[in-house]
Design a protein around this ligand. Structure first.
Ligand code: PMP
Length: 328
């Protein structure tokens, strides 16, 4: 049987990092096993995070981007599942740093913490305030921010984002990613890179794994957090950079589908996605071409911020190795 290589996480034998973090400590990859009966049901109530670390070659430092905001959201997702965390935010931040050291990463990293109910709690029963367990896996995952011309094609999906009263998209819980998966699969089957999802009110929500911005007449527009979107950390950072550094007004408001078709620029943002121009939506091309001028400037600035190439936003980054203090 041929081993198919996963495009994002190395699954083939010998390609995984040496350690992951589980039950409060570093565990060798091969020893992190559970009984087969655990597979499946726990996923119903599991929540997760996606966090990036950027390697700064000059400083030989790995900068974790906004770890406190990610770990706060991790806690909020657990809270929505009525799961208590056995670990403090500091312990989990320390775990991320330990993984960087133990796995000897010298390049960009993607961390994926997962919290689940251990001990055979069937995921479908009501649960009141039970402790969860946490596993954190880390992979080498290079940033694409150096590719200045990168852009993607999108379609508007026929699938809708569930609303908050059905299955809250603000929680980063595994079940909602079935919706994302349907959207992504449909988009790829029809020859697009990504799908943009409408909510049940008929307004634009987000993409399957990223938030959506439009630029119209010099203003950046993005759906509000009540539109059925994840409370994205990149979205908040991007709004700050647009306003404070690029002088672009930002408006959070409902967005119609056809605004995607007539926008000057459309771009997606998220931890995995970073900041990426949209070349077309349903084959309508943005007026300014892609990448447009705002997206280009933002992408460059975002790259410099996350990689630690400017000093102003140092508080958005946490050095994993602690070498940054020795910076000249
Ligand atoms: N929406 C969805 C559905 C996502 O999965 C992601 C990626 N986590 C985002 C938006 C962007 O969120 P963040 O910037 O916090 O990664």
């Amino acid at each position: 049987m041929t081993q198919e290589k996963h495009p994002k996480g190395p699954l083939a034998q010998g390609e995984h990092p040496a350690f992951l973090w589980w039950k409060g400590e570093l565990v060798p990859w091969e020893k992190a096993t559970v009984h087969v009966t655990m597979v499946g049901w726990t996923a119903i109530s599991s929540v997760f995070e996606g966090i990036r670390g950027y390697w700064n070659a000059q400083e030989r430092e790995l900068y974790i981007f906004h770890p406190a905001a990610h770990l706060d959201r991790f806690n909020r997702s657990m809270k929505l599942m009525r799961m208590t965390s056995p670990y403090s935010k500091d312990q989990l931040l320390e775990a991320l740093k330990q993984l960087v050291k133990a796995n000897s990463f010298q390049g960009d990293v993607y961390f994926q913490p997962l919290a689940y109910f251990p001990g055979g709690v069937p995921g479908y029963v009501g649960v009141l305030e039970r402790p969860g367990e946490v596993m954190i896996v880390s992979y080498a995952r290079p940033s694409t921010l150096e590719q200045e011309e990168k852009s993607s094609t999108c379609c508007v999906s026929t699938w809708l984002r569930p609303m908050d009263t059905q299955m809250p998209p603000r929680a980063k819980m595994l079940p909602i990613y079935q919706n994302s998966r349907m959207v992504a699969t449909e988009a790829q089957m029809n020859g697009y890179d990504y799908g943009i999802i409408m909510n049940t009110q008929g307004k634009v929500a987000e993409a399957s794994h990223a938030c959506v911005f439009l630029v119209r007449d010099g203003t950046a527009i993005t759906p509000p957090i009540t539109a059925g979107i994840l409370e994205s950390i990149t979205r908040t950072a991007v709004m700050d950079l647009l306003r404070d550094e690029l002088g672009i007004p930002v408006v959070e408001r409902e967005v119609d589908r056809t605004e995607l078709y007539v926008a000057d620029e459309v771009f997606l943002c998220g931890t995995a996605m970073e900041v990426e121009a949209v070349a077309s939506v349903d084959k309508y091309r943005p007026g300014a071409g892609a990448p447009g001028p705002v997206t280009r400037r933002l992408r460059r600035l975002f790259r410099d911020v996350v990689r630690g190439m400017e000093t102003k936003y140092a508080h958005w980054r946490t050095p994993a190795l602690g070498r940054a203090a020795t910076r000249a």
